[in-house]
Design a protein around this ligand. Sequence first.
Ligand code: GLC
Length: 536
Amino acid sequence: MSPPDWYKNAIFYEVYVRAFRDSHGDGHGDLQGLTQKLDYLKDLGVDCLWLMPIYPSPLKDDGYDIADYYGIHPDYGTLDDFKSLLKAAHARGIRIITDLVLNHTSDQHPWFQASRREKTSRYRDYYVWSDTDKKYSDARIIFVDTERSNWTWDSAAGQYYWHRFYSSQPDLNYDNPAVRAEMLNVMKFWLDLGVDGFRADAVPYLFEREGTNCENLAETHSYLKELRRYIDKHYPDRILLCEANQWPRDVRAYFGEDDEFHMAFHFPLMPRVFMSIRRGDSEPIHWALEQTPPIPPNSQWCTFLRNHDELTLEMVSEEDRQWMWKEYAPDPRMRLNLGIRRRLAPLLDNDQRKIELAYSLLFTLPGSPIIYYGDEIGMGDNISLHDRNGVRTPMQWDDSANAGFSEAKDIFAPVIDNSMFRLRDVNVASQKAKPNSLLQTIQKMIAVRKKHSALGYGYLTWHNLNTRAVAAYSRTHKKDRLFVLNNLSDSKQTVHMDVAGRSLTDILRNKIFPVTNDQLQIELEPYEYLWLETTK
Ligand code: GLC
């Protein structure tokens, strides 16, 4: 039995099922395909998968527009396939959380269809209707590239309906107790099947109140606490992971006092990792850590470098956003809404030193890390594909046609094979065979991280060194203490650090560094990172 706080020191992995492995030969990945690949994930050291939405959906927002909360999209298989996947994952000690989209449904959902057609339907009040499109005018528009308003006119209903995302995603009305009860039922259904929890999508927007920006409202928190109480009472080792793209002080509220979410994504840290690496300056990372308030004892951050969305720049200043766009999205097609639609490796110039450095930060800063599928082999992206599809292309397993993803003639999106990201190099099989490939290095980092409770549970002490080009900190948990050095710059850096002991060992490469008079002096190569432990 693993401890109830397993999530505090777990490696998460985000899977887009359509892109992972096609077992049916129809060009779309599916649940059986994912099941076939569990051993790969186990070897990598993954503890918990997060599956993007797998429900029936017209796919206007890749499944975040749900038409039936109780089924599986036919492209992905059946509920039985899902049960088999859970069983096979659990047998390997891998947990699975699924996406829980609370805020909105698809406009194709029968609730919405009934709601718009009949004023007397019991579903009328499942959505937010209004005679005017002037209400809640302080709420911002999130998909600024496509939506002009959060209200859309519906001729069948003769009213406007409210939506925070695409107009094909009407917001549910959480003031209606029936809606609140429906979502508890949805949770119960999947928890009874055995899922280990949920990544709760877009939670800040559940309620609307005039005169506010309709985000992070007290009513929203109180409903989310109700969901947590339900889980704690009936399913004590399952988790809720919060997607709230907000500043740390606002996200802090989503942990409650260990009575709301178990985990929350750390949005503000992520862009600052990229800023720090581009500027060769640890200050942005340090700033983000300083802005991060303490969280309750059973709560944990979920840290990430990239995910299925654009690299969001909502949590940076206007000036920094312009700078990030200039540096990381020089081609306007790389920009989307307030972000950058590129994958990790292309962002970091496909330079393995920089990619490893980013992972070194991910695996050693506080929080449980999540890896976005394909980023462990440094997959490229395809900016000619619409919306965020360019970062959702097929997983590359080998260098055969379709990259071992599918035997079909036509697949849902092309694999990435170009002069910078050659399929020959960017695939699982070839990186498994090649010592020091990105995949092998990440596997090693994960294995080493697992041996050190300091990296999962430890507190962080920031070390101000003689140079800001190196992010230096220690992580301490009980007797386990590690020093981490990350050279963010493209030049050599010599650092001096006060440390007690005779020598330090680099636990990734078993190299020993002598300490003289409690002073460590190390020369770091460009983008070099070291995880150091006092030599035993
Ligand atoms: C979340 C998802 C994103 C989706 C949006 C609307 O932000 O990550 O992919 O488009 O919610 O559901």
